[in-house]
Write a protein that binds this ligand. Structure first.
Ligand SMILES: O=c1[nH]c(=O)c2[nH]c(=O)[nH]c2[nH]1
Length: 292
């Protein structure tokens, strides 16, 4: 038998690089897949690993390069990595780096602090209209509104039991994919302006809240919408906590001052709650994914 085309590497390294320029932060968010090929007959045929640069090393290299070289663009980052793998190991003849870059737009907030972002072109607007011949129920909303604060988020003081390992943090990334449904008091409203206002207040409260937990941020987001949109009676929010773990770069002799993160996609904390006006009847179901 003959060994045909083969390649190996670590796929889908989700690297987030924050660059802090005073109170203005910049973000680069990539999904990087490394595929190496070269003198790999032995590892397949005899089991010798002597020519193998481990997939684990390729992953570490992605995160270390994010720190050392920064991420100017997907192409520049891919070029630096490919050159490193091919130049660094005689057994590696070809490196193919595939990159996806996720675009973030800045959420502009009053004041000098600029560390809030919204993922571009993600969200979907939703609506559910119910009429039983007498009564109307109009629930508007959105889903997949992805937002991120690169600072002004901490999480401390929580319960600890024998299974708790989470370290307390006074500075973390807070990121979530907002799903929101809001119920209107009447079937007669200016739907588009109200949608725009609700969305703007969700973003404004997310960006403007110094967060002690995602639960607290959620409550502020819902409250801000009710305070500013008098025609809305009730709002329900479902916020997956999209964890960003600080990468340990110490083994490579590098510091990580909240600059390089691994964006983990699962499992995720799921924080959900309804905020209502006093006297309003709770009608949006807890499992509102059925609505959106
Ligand atoms: O904002 C948070 N709320 C939690 O309930 C929680 N739990 C956890 O592990 N991390 C976080 N973060």
């Amino acid at each position: 038998m003959i060994l045909g085309q083969n390649q190996y590497g670590k796929a889908e390294n989700r690297v987030v690089r924050i660059t802090r320029d005073g109170t203005t932060h910049h973000i680069k968010d990539l999904n990087v897949s490394v595929a190496l090929s070269g003198d790999m007959e032995d590892v397949h045929l005899s089991g010798s690993n002597a020519a193998v640069l481990t997939t684990d090393t390729t992953k570490n290299t992605v995160f270390a390069f994010a720190k050392e070289h920064g991420i100017a663009s997907a192409e520049a980052f891919g070029i630096a990595l490919a050159r490193h793998f091919v130049a660094g190991q005689p057994s590696i003849r070809t490196a193919r780096i595939r990159l996806e870059e996720y675009a973030w737009a800045r959420i502009e907030t009053p004041g000098p602090r600029r560390h809030s972002f919204v993922r571009e072109n993600q969200e979907t607007r939703t609506a559910q209209v119910t009429f039983d011949g007498t009564d109307w129920e109009i629930v508007s909303g959105l889903k997949d509104l992805v937002v991120l604060n690169s600072t002004d988020s901490e999480f401390t003081g929580y319960l600890k039991d024998r299974y708790t390992t989470l370290p307390e943090t006074r500075d973390r990334i807070l990121a979530t994919r907002v799903q929101a449904c809001w119920r209107h008091a009447s079937a007669d409203a200016d739907w588009d302006p109200v949608y725009r206002q609700a969305r703007e207040h969700l973003l404004g409260a997310f960006a403007g809240t110094y967060s002690l937990s995602l639960q607290q941020t959620l409550y502020r987001m819902g409250t801000r919408v009710l305070e500013n949109c008098p025609g809305i009676e009730e709002i329900r929010l479902s916020l997956p906590n999209q964890h960003h773990f600080l990468v340990d770069l110490e083994p490579f002799g590098l510091t990580n001052d909240n600059e390089v993160y691994h964006a983990a996609d699962r499992p995720y904390g799921l924080i959900e709650a309804t905020i209502l006006r006093e006297g309003a009847e709770p009608r949006i179901p807890a499992d509102m994914t059925t609505l959106a």
